[in-house]
Structure formats: C-alpha cells, structure tokens
Write a protein that binds this ligand. Structure first.
Ligand SMILES: Nc1nc2c(ncn2[C@@H]2O[C@H](COP(=O)(O)OP(=O)(O)O)[C@@H](O)[C@H]2O)c(=O)[nH]1
Ligand SMILES: [Mg+2]
Length: 454
C-alpha cells in the first residue's frame, strides 16, 4: 500500500536533503511536487488542497525548529500533517458496560465483509474477548456457509438461521447474552451498488442491533469510489469508522488518505490480505511514517535532538565539505552515534540512507574494535590513511589487539563509506543532524554537495 506515494516522497526528500536553508521558492517547489504526488496517488482534490495549505502555512510560519535542518523540518511537518489527514488518533474500542458490545458491518458486495467479520472475531478473541459471529446475509445461502467455515477456522461460534436478517440479528444478540458472549459481530448482505432496498435492510438491522460500532467495509482498490460509497452509507447509518480492505492490492492509497476528511470518520482497521490473520488496527502515525518510507524518523530526530552534540556535528560537516573527512572525524561520529543507541537501529531510521548501508550488518562489537584500531593510530595516520604501510599496520594491529586483516578491513570500509556518502549526499544529513548547520549554507548558494576526496 502507498508504494506510489512512498516512491515520490522518497525522491522529493532526497533532493531536499542536499539543501541548506530553504528559500520561499524552494518551499513552493517542494509543495508543488507533493501536490502532484498526492494527486497521482488518487487522493481527493479537496483533501490535497487542504493538506498543501496546512503544510505551506507551517513551512513559512514561525513554527520552524532551530535544531533541525530545513529538510528535516519539512519532513517533520509533512509527517505530522499526513498523520492528521489519516485521522490523527487511532480509534480505540471501548466495550459496553452491559455486554455484548455489538459491531455491525455494512458494505457493498465483495468488499470483504464476511472475511472481515471473521478477522474481527479473531482480533477480539486475541483481545481476550468472547465473540459471536452473526450471519445476517441471507441473500445467498453460501454467505452463511462461508462465515461458518471461517468461524471454525478461528474457533469462534457462528449464529444464523433461515429467517430474515432482522430476526437473525435479534436472535443472535439474544443468543450471545444467553451463552455469555461479550462481543457480537454482525455480517450483513451487500449489493453491487448502493440501492434503496439495501439501505433499508441495513437500516432495519441496525435498528434492532443498536450497534456500539457500525463499521463500513470498503475495498481500498476502488479508490475515490470507496470514499463516495462511505459518504453515502454515512448519510444513512452514522458510521463509527471505516474498515479498508484489500490494501495489499492498492498501491496508491487514495481512499485511505481521503476518507477521514471527506466522510468525517476515521479508518478503524485495515485488511492486508485474504487470511484471517491479515487485519490490523489502524494507526495514523505509523502509517504516515510508512508512507514517508522513513522508518521511524521522528524518534530518530527526537533522539538526535537530545543526544547529538551540534558543535561536533558542525565541525564534521565542514570537514566533509572541505573534502577532509578523516578517520578522526569518523571516530568522533561513531562516538556520537553510539550515544544515540545501537548503530544498526540508527542507520535503519535514517531516511535516504543507501540500502547497502542500511542492510549492512553492523555489530556494536565491531564498533568497539573499530574504535580500538583508530585509537591506535597516530593523528597523522588518522588524517591520511595512505600513510599506513606494512610496518605501521602491524603496529596498529598489535596496539589495538586486532590483526592486520582487521586494520585493512577498516581502511577498506572507511573508503567504501566515503564513496557511499558521496553518492548519497547523506553526509549532509548526518553531519548536520540537528546542527545549527547554517555554516554549510553560507558558502555560495547553500548548495552543499560534499566532496570527500580532493
Ligand atoms: N487480497 C485481499 N483479498 C481480500 C481481503 N479481504 C477480503 N478479500 C477477498 O475478497 C473477496 C470478497 O470477500 P467477502 O468477505 O466474501 O466479501 P463480502 O461480499 O463483502 O462479504 C474474497 O475472495 C476475499 O477472500 C483483503 O484484505 N485482501
Ligand atoms: Mg459476505
């Protein structure tokens, strides 16, 4: 889900990351790109417009944090506004003080109601509840059978009988009370399109069910149609939330991003596949980070703000730009990063970190060894590894309790890293983490492509 958008954001932020201070024109350009990306992802026009305005206001307002680079600030703002667009706070189920808690599922035919009813049964069971599934789709005999099969699979009882949907619902709830089930999930019939007969039926079922939660099940792959469907149902039924299904097949995610604002109701769950395990409670914040393809940038930024010594970062940055980033600087950076936590985790959180670096296995024990080796070098060697010949290599290995192979490996890795940093331009992001990184941009035009090797 959201692959399209994720790719676009990745490109936009990658280019941003190479910048120093952002001019009004830069901001306008970024906003234009984000706008196109959202429209491409099939997000409703009204939602896009509103989103862009909110981001614009904050990017040009006084909201900017002194301790973040411009790129980080924009990412932070976009992340927060995406979270808001996706619904802000996750929906929390509160259980009826007088059980059972009744959940009514509505939706078009084929949207995934029956499958979702079973998934919810499983989910409630995992929450320590004792659910009962009620099959109130009597349109096709196969519908109830489908629910029974799924019920057996997940070990949740299913109630149904060949009367009519309203009667089945009434008796299903009575049955739940009788046998002490505390959650009832009612699966209902759908039609191919919204029609009056369907709306009447679901309204009558709702009348007797008096549901605590009415969820509309919609197929994410239908994009903006899903949003229109949701609005039509909400007019009749007063939805509490949306369950978005088949997000596994939806690369764009337009429905997910539009539904909260257009319908005024949040996404409660997303279904990510056909199996009964494939249902997730929806967390807007986590989804936003996922869309931005950046692991957990906010936690990283927060940690960086707390731990990173801006002075050291700034110095490293200057040296990177001057093409003089040495093993000495590398050592200092390692120290800094170590303070922030296990290296592997940090690298995974860095947006735009080349895949090779992110996937590289970094063991914190290796870091200890690297430090020992660097410490055994003379300052001259640290600043110019080319000095390190055979006898120096042996001395360093002995001094650090390692082998000459270890020393060679480190020197090779350092060279590789310089290359990677150069390619990705991440040297910027790294070196100026939250720094008052202005210095970098004072140089003409603020174009800060580091050249690591003279
Ligand atoms: N890939 C995928 N398929 C789903 C998902 N949810 C439901 N389906 C499939 O969609 C089809 C219709 O589902 P069903 O529950 O019968 O829909 P209903 O008519 O609304 O009850 C079935 O083939 C399901 O296996 C999902 O999240 N991902
Ligand atoms: Mg069904």
């Amino acid at each position: 889900m959201f692959e399209t958008l994720s790719d676009r954001f990745d490109g936009i932020f990658k280019r941003l990351r190479g910048r120093g201070k952002l001019s009004d024109d830069d901001v306008a350009e970024v906003l234009r790109e984000i706008r196109v990306a959202l429209l491409e992802a099939d997000v409703s026009l009204e939602v896009v417009r509103d989103f862009i305005e909110r981001v614009r206001a904050r990017c040009t307002g006084a909201d900017l944090s002194k301790s973040l680079t411009p790129a980080q600030q924009v990412i932070k703002i976009v992340n927060e506004e995406l979270t808001a667009t996706l619904g802000g706070e996750p929906l929390r189920i509160t259980y009826a003080s007088k059980p059972p808690t009744v959940v009514l599922l509505a939706g078009l035919q084929g949207s995934g109601k029956t499958t979702t009813a079973a998934k919810l049964g499983r989910w409630f069971k995992q929450q320590g509840r004792h659910p009962l599934l009620v099959g109130a789709d009597l349109q096709r005999p196969a519908a109830v059978e489908q629910l029974r099969v799924l019920g057996r699979e997940i070990g949740v009882a299913v109630f149904s009988e060949a009367t009519d949907p309203v009667e089945v619902t009434r008796r299903g709830i009575a049955e739940a009370i009788r046998v002490g089930r505390d959650v009832v999930v009612v699966d209902t019939a759908g039609r191919l399109a919204i029609d009056e007969a369907l709306m009447d039926e679901i309204a009558r079922v709702s009348e007797v069910a008096q549901p605590h939660y009415t969820f509309l099940v919609v197929d994410a792959m239908t994009g903006q149609d899903a949003v229109l469907t949701a609005r039509a149902f909400h007019d009749r039924l007063e939805l509490d939330g949306i369950i978005l299904t088949k997000v596994d097949g939806d690369a764009r995610g337009g429905a997910a991003l539009s539904v909260k604002q257009v319908v005024g109701r949040p996404i409660a769950f997303v279904a990510t596949g056909e199996r009964t395990t494939e249902l997730e409670a929806f967390h807007p914040d986590r989804m936003a980070s996922r869309i931005l393809g950046m692991g957990d940038v906010l936690s990283l930024i927060e940690r960086a703000e707390q731990e990173y010594d801006a002075g050291v970062a700034e110095k490293a940055m200057e040296r990177l730009q001057a093409g003089r980033f040495s093993l000495e600087d590398f050592h200092e950076q390692l120290q800094q990063m170590k303070r922030m936590g296990p290296l592997q985790g940090i690298l995974g959180m860095l947006p735009g970190m080349p895949k090779e670096v992110r996937d590289a296995k970094i063991d914190d024990r290796d870091v200890g060894r690297i430090e020992a080796i660097i410490r055994s070098m003379t300052p001259a060697e640290r600043n110019d590894p080319a000095l390190i010949n055979g006898s120096r290599r042996l001395r360093i290995a002995t001094g650090s309790g390692t082998t000459t192979q270890d020393v060679n490996q480190l020197l090779k890795q350092f060279k590789e890293m310089q290359k990677l940093l150069k390619i990705a331009g991440v040297a910027n992001g790294l070196g100026r983490m939250p720094g008052r990184g202005r210095k970098a941009s004072k140089k003409k035009g603020g174009r800060a492509t580091p050249s690591l090797r003279p």
